[in-house]
Design a protein around this ligand. Structure first.
Ligand SMILES: Cc1cc2nc3c(=O)[nH]c(=O)nc-3n(C[C@H](O)[C@H](O)[C@H](O)COP(=O)(O)OP(=O)(O)OC[C@H]3O[C@@H](n4cnc5c(N)ncnc54)[C@H](O)[C@@H]3O)c2cc1C
Length: 481
């Protein structure tokens, strides 16, 4: 087993070096002026700098990697002349093909790009996240929304429309991950060489590390009162791509967050007779007077102090949410409170006008449901009743990793969990060494940033640090053999 130390600075590196320099100067002054308690004060300064550098112990008890190879591809404009792009691509594919045959150097990525966004969100939806929080992370920060617009001539502004975001994601994938394998993984289980992975066409292979970034689709939350009803009468928002199919029908939408409210607006615009019912006593509308003042009217400096570009959480809390390593050091109860506040159900301001004519009844819970012919009779705790043709659950998602159908039950059982969330360590690694879980399931350990597109930069860096850290310890242990 090898131990090492990894650093994940809580501030950017320039600030860390500046703090180090200031601490050194102060310490020298303390000693030169023979100030009483110079040693203790110097130790205090060292501790502050160390806390900012955020060290953590890394442990690796796996077989050493034999080698790490980096393929650098020139994408400068000069490569666009003549046949160069094709030649470069052929050379890259040949190198990757050869490298992939070296044991221990095979990175394989599976999945269908943007499939959740395309299949499980409604046509006409607008992204709630701000523009800066919607760039998909890449190391060089070159695959931004602006780069996509420039490369494709595709023009749109904020809020970003769903269809354009899907096109952007596909473009991103073609640039960053042309070798993506669209096959589905049907099984991940522990095997003699780490993990055994089985694909939908029967192919099976082993891997020493598995990174699960499989999204939230299996976690759709359906109210238990509707459990035994015909799915044709009651469904979750994630089951629909085109809400236009409800034109002319009476639809009751349950929930009072963004997905319930936006679905109601789209249903109304598709000529359904729609009504919203929610348990909350009020709707929290985003971009209100106070937040618009802090965000836009008091200038860039105030905005940047209070809001991080990751756009998760209100003024002040936003900065904390953008720093998962810091958030995680707070007492658990405080973390939970901040997390709840940062992502409480809320609706974008641009929905207010679109919902003007939609009845919204709040402060009520469903007590019973019965199907009457081709309709549903829904009773609420205030004694009111609704008789509708369809009930749509805008009730969000509830993480429970045992619902990932591809994770073997024995593997799920061996993962340390809290309320369905994996309890993750540095590098978003579960208690099963080599198994990492990214995205919404990481939110209990690293905060709600991980539920959003803007959390991918933190997640990928943390993952890479962990893998590089263990590769470094592996390589050094190899050298000492
Ligand atoms: C209505 C709605 C609106 C939202 N709006 C926003 C927003 O405005 N901004 C924002 O940041 N976030 C938003 N989100 C959250 C959004 O879902 C996440 O930010 C984002 O999708 C997380 O990315 P991900 O890669 O973790 O998961 P996903 O985007 O869901 O990707 C999962 C991937 O895993 C693949 N996969 C799953 N299972 C398998 C398998 N067995 N084998 C192989 N591949 C598999 C899928 O094909 C897919 O490619 C919204 C969510 C909802 C429901």
């Amino acid at each position: 087993m090898n131990f090492g130390i990894a650093f994940a600075p809580l501030v950017n590196v320039q600030i860390l070096w500046a703090a180090f320099a200031v601490a050194c100067i102060l310490s020298i002054l303390l000693f030169v002026s023979r100030s009483p308690g110079a040693a203790i004060r110097t130790a205090g300064l060292a501790l502050i700098v160390l806390a900012l550098a955020n060290p953590s112990l890394t442990r690796e008890d796996r077989d050493p990697l034999s080698s790490v190879a980096v393929v650098v591809v020139d994408k400068s404009p000069s490569q666009n002349f003549g046949d160069r792009t094709r030649q470069t691509e052929e050379a890259r594919a040949a190198i990757v093909g050869r490298l992939s045959r070296i044991p221990g150097l095979d990175v394989r990525v599976f999945g269908k790009p943007m499939s959740f966004w395309e299949r499980h969100m409604p046509v006409g939806m607008l992204l709630r996240s701000g523009w800066d929080a919607t760039h998909i992370a890449d190391p060089a920060r070159s695959l931004t929304l602006e780069a996509f617009q420039a490369a494709t001539g595709n023009h749109f502004s904020k809020p970003v429309p769903l269809d354009r975001f899907v096109q952007y994601g596909r473009w991103y994938q073609r640039q960053a991950l042309p070798d993506l394998d669209p096959r589905e993984i049907v099984r991940v289980e522990t095997g003699p060489k780490g993990f055994q992975i089985t694909l939908d066409d029967g192919e099976s292979f082993s891997s020493r590390r598995v990174v699960v970034a499989a999204g939230i689709h299996p976690f759709a939350r359906r109210p238990p009162e509707f459990a035994n009803l015909d799915p044709a009468l009651a469904s979750h928002t994630s089951e629909h791509r085109d809400l236009g199919r409800f034109a002319g029908q009476q639809v009751l939408v349950l929930g009072s967050g963004q997905s319930a409210l936006e679905s109601a607006a789209l249903l109304f615009e598709a000529c359904a007779e729609v009504e919203v019912a929610g348990r909350a006593h009020q709707i929290h509308w985003l971009q209100g007077w106070a937040s618009t003042t802090l965000h836009s009217r008091l200038g860039k400096i105030v905005r940047n102090l209070l809001y991080a570009p990751t756009d998760v959480g209100p003024a002040g809390i936003s900065q904390l949410m953008a720093r998962p390593d810091l958030l995680r050091k707070l007492p658990r109860r405080l973390q939970d409170k901040l997390r709840k506040r940062a992502v409480r159900p809320a609706g974008s301001r641009w929905l207010v006008k679109r919902l003007e004519k939609v009845p919204i009844r709040l402060g009520r819970s469903v007590t019973s449901v019965a199907s009457v012919g081709e309709r549903l009779k829904v009773r609420f705790d205030d004694g009111s009743e609704r008789n509708v043709q369809h009930v749509l659950f805008g009730t969000g998602y509830s993480v429970n990793i045992s619902k990932y159908p591809f994770l073997a039950p024995e593997l799920v059982q061996s993962i340390r969990q809290f309320n369905g969330y994996p309890v993750l360590q540095a590098g978003l690694e579960t208690s099963v060494p080599g198994l990492h879980i990214l995205g919404a399931p990481a939110a209990w350990s690293f905060g709600p940033l991980l539920q959003f597109v803007s959390g991918a930069r933190f997640a990928s860096r943390a993952l890479l640090r962990r893998i590089n850290g263990s590769a470094a310890t592996e390589t050094s242990s190899e050298r000492t053999r």
